[in-house]
Design a protein. Structure first.
Length: 286
């Protein structure tokens, strides 16, 4: 089994690391705040004091961080991963990031003998915990085949979409679909509340029909309990939507549904809800 380094132990990263350890992989980890990794260290993960040290000692390096700027700093800065990783190492960035940045990292990695995959995921905290994530991969087929046993410990839908950057483009497709769907399911349950219906009974009626969706089945039950803990942060969803809007602008296409969703979530962020889960969209209406 290859020695895996993992950077990022957030809402999803922690569960992903656990699933990799349960599959028998040797996990080496780093996060800015060590206390956030205490449980994982207790469970058998090896702690490293800095990212460069970790990167130089593993066979596969995986990153799951917040923003494209974090990815760029980790991989491309002076003393970054592309300088500290050994030739032959495989890098897998699972952050939702810029397709152009993913292609740049892969190109520069290849010049140093480092294979790079962009492999953003969908499925939220539930998918990360259950090992049922959808993993959208960009990069070479050889690197993908090397990574596949790792991906199989994390997800169920694992598809190579094409060359470097294709995974990120596919994740943008995913986020565009979710953005408008979140408006739809939230407005639907808000209507049910205002009509004096029992929202839980309504949900039972519509979730299995044509209106059904992952967001309706997994996030609206949280809304009905006023549970806005993040499976996916609003601040990160805004980041994703802005990447998609930037890419759409480059393609000279108009995505009004996505633009509306971004505006609505930005309003919630300005109200202090940026670290709530995306299901807190109901607060826009209430």
């Amino acid at each position: 089994m290859e020695k895996i380094g993992f950077i990022g132990t957030g809402v999803m990263g922690k569960s992903m690391i656990r699933n990799l350890m349960n599959a028998g992989f040797d996990l080496h980890i780093y996060t800015r705040t060590k206390s956030k990794a205490d449980e994982l260290i207790h469970e058998g993960a090896t702690w490293h004091e800095n990212p460069a040290e970790l990167a130089s000692q593993v066979d596969v390096l995986m990153t799951m961080v917040g923003y494209p700027s974090d990815v760029e700093e980790l991989y491309l800065s002076e003393g970054g991963f592309l300088e500290t990783m050994r030739s032959g190492t495989l890098a897998i960035d699972m952050t939702t990031s810029s397709p152009g940045l993913a292609a740049q990292i892969a190109l520069e990695g290849a010049s140093s003998g480092i294979d790079v995959l962009d492999a953003p995921v969908s499925g939220g905290d539930i998918g990360a915990k259950n090992g049922t994530l959808s993993i959208m991969v960009g990069g070479s087929e050889a690197a993908f085949l090397r990574a596949k046993p790792i991906f199989e410990a994390l997800g169920e839908s694992i598809i190579l979409q094409g060359e470097a950057g294709s995974g990120q483009h596919t994740k943008m497709v995913n986020q565009i679909a979710i953005a408008s769907n979140m408006i739809g399911v939230t407005e639907a349950i808000f209507y049910a509340e205002k009509a004096g219906l029992d929202p839980e009974r309504v949900l039972k009626s519509i979730a299995g029909g044509a209106a059904g969706s992952w967001s309706l089945s997994n996030l609206i039950p949280r809304v009905l309990k006023d549970d806005f803990t993040p499976g996916f942060f609003i601040k990160h969803f805004i980041k994703d939507m802005r990447i998609a809007l930037d890419e759409a602008k480059k393609m000279q296409i108009d995505l009004p549904g996505l633009a509306l969703a971004e505006q609505m979530y930005q309003t919630l962020a300005e109200r202090g809800l940026s670290e709530s889960g995306t299901q807190a969209l109901i607060q826009y209406y209430r």
